[in-house]
Write a protein that binds this ligand. Structure first.
Ligand code: HEC
Length: 195
């Protein structure tokens, strides 16, 4: 019918002007997530993705940073998030799919006596560590990229420009203990390992 064809064309035009990308595309048998589209430019510069990750993504797990000796509770809490599609793909294959993003959000913590005991809770966000899975070695020579990932840190005040200049010097050494799980501390992320 004439009208439905017109409606279809309009919908297609709208989708194109809105720059709509599919969340996940299939290349061969491998799933490719939207990480490179939402967090990386053509030269490999990494930015914080413009997404409400606290609401739209999966919280993989959290880490409590103990306070100084003699002070109760935690001085910081790290919460790690990823796209929901990462969890689905990881459960199927046991590996992080190309385009997966991991965000580690840094919170200061506040500790107080509550009805459950001495309890620390997340307070202010001070920054983010971001990793983008790159199975295709897209940016050889770019010092934010290598070992299968893009690596970048952002202060809370600037989500666009990373403070990281060279991941090999600024990130790698600390992630060596997690080398056998693709540099990620997966033991703290139970949702990856099944229901
Ligand atoms: C001082 C050591 C250290 C440095 C430097 C470091 N990391 Fe980590 N990173 C860790 C540890 C340990 C964890 C897990 C426990 C935690 O959060 O403290 C972690 C966790 C992460 C996570 C959550 C996913 C995971 O691996 O479990 C991301 C993302 C991350 N780091 C990215 C980076 C990036 C990007 C850099 C460099 C800009 C970097 N890290 C530098 C030690 C470090």
């Amino acid at each position: 019918m004439k009208t439905s064809r017109k409606a279809l064309l309009m919908a297609a035009a709208l989708a194109m002007t809105a720059g709509a990308f599919p969340l996940m595309t299939i290349v061969g048998h491998a799933e490719v997530l939207d990480g490179h589209q939402i967090a990386v430019d053509a030269n490999g510069a990494i930015r914080m993705p413009e997404v409400d990750y606290r609401k739209e993504w999966v919280a993989l797990g959290s880490w409590a940073v103990a306070a100084e000796e003699g002070i109760p509770g935690s001085q910081g809490i790290h919460v790690v998030y990823t796209q929901p599609e990462t969890v689905a793909a990881y459960r199927k294959s046991g590996a992080f799919p190309d385009g997966a993003i991991l965000i580690k959000e840094l919170f200061t913590a506040t500790t107080s006596d509550m009805t459950t005991g001495t309890i620390s809770r997340a307070n202010e966000t001070t920054g983010w560590f971001v990793m983008v899975k790159d199975s295709a070695n897209r940016y050889p020579g770019n010092k934010l990229w290598g070992d299968g990932w893009g690596w970048a840190y952002f202060d809370a005040a600037d989500r666009i420009n990373t403070k990281t200049t060279d991941y090999a010097n600024e990130c790698m050494a600390c992630h060596v203990p997690a080398q056998n799980s693709d540099w990620i501390y997966t033991e703290a992320y139970p949702v990856l390992h099944g229901e």
